[in-house]
Design a protein around this ligand. Sequence first.
Ligand code: SAM
Length: 281
Amino acid sequence: MVLGRTGKSETWFTEYQTDSLSLGLRIHSVLQSKTTGFQELLVVETETYGRLLALDGAVQTTARDEYVYHEMITHVPLFMLDAPKKVAVIGGGDGGAIREILKHPTVEEAHLVEIDAEVVDTARQYFPEISVALGDPRAHVHYADGIEWVKNARDLDVIIVDSTDPVGAAQGLFQAQFYQTIAGALTQDGILVAQSESPFLHQDLIRQMRDGMRTAFSEVRLYCAAIPTYPSGFWSFLMASNHPTAPSARTMGTNIETRYWTPDLQTAAFVLPRFVEELMA
Ligand code: SAM
């Protein structure tokens, strides 16, 4: 509770993004606040971005801007392939990535590998529009550590690492060894995409991920999207494969419904500002 500009008492959610930077959102109410076996889980109703899910104090998703992240982490790799059939999401317990993946009619299996069942339960209860596709017969939910699950996985067309920040259980999801295991779980034409945080704030991490992916893949590219509630609002994704990627012919004729991704953005998202280009050099 703080005194707002109106002089009335107000409640704010604050994410301390770095030691010297925070994001504050005035909230109407706290809907859930608990400690799971893995993390602190919080659901609040914000005035500006609607319902918000935070884990260990970090914004994961909000009702109002979630589509940017979920569309860009899924459609960009899936539209590089003519007929993706088998896809896995590591993390991603809110279900938003699965919702987008299942918009592709060729997809037969979409596996969600989430370490914390309470995130999925919370998404089902408080974010029905995000978790909507988890009940689809093509969706398979596994409660497991993604690092272990990937060791036994095979023939995946796309693996998406939709993780929390690199702390706790998610730390290993940013390491070279994990990317090498992923390479063994993909088909020859398979593609890995991982959220790679902010080019403004997390340059060392992006370089570490880039180098880790290069130990297992010949092609590593970066693309960006504007996500207002993530640190700096400017977000990145690393994509890795063992063949050069180009948009599939089906991209231009798609009738998949989106709000951020467009066929032109499929190519344009890889056009980088100079300082980000240099980060990938
Ligand atoms: N879009 C989000 C972001 O960038 O802030 C990430 C969303 S999603 C909720 C992240 C999920 O990764 C969390 O629910 C967390 O429990 C899960 N996670 C963390 N480490 C994991 C691991 N080793 N295996 C599987 N899931 C993991």
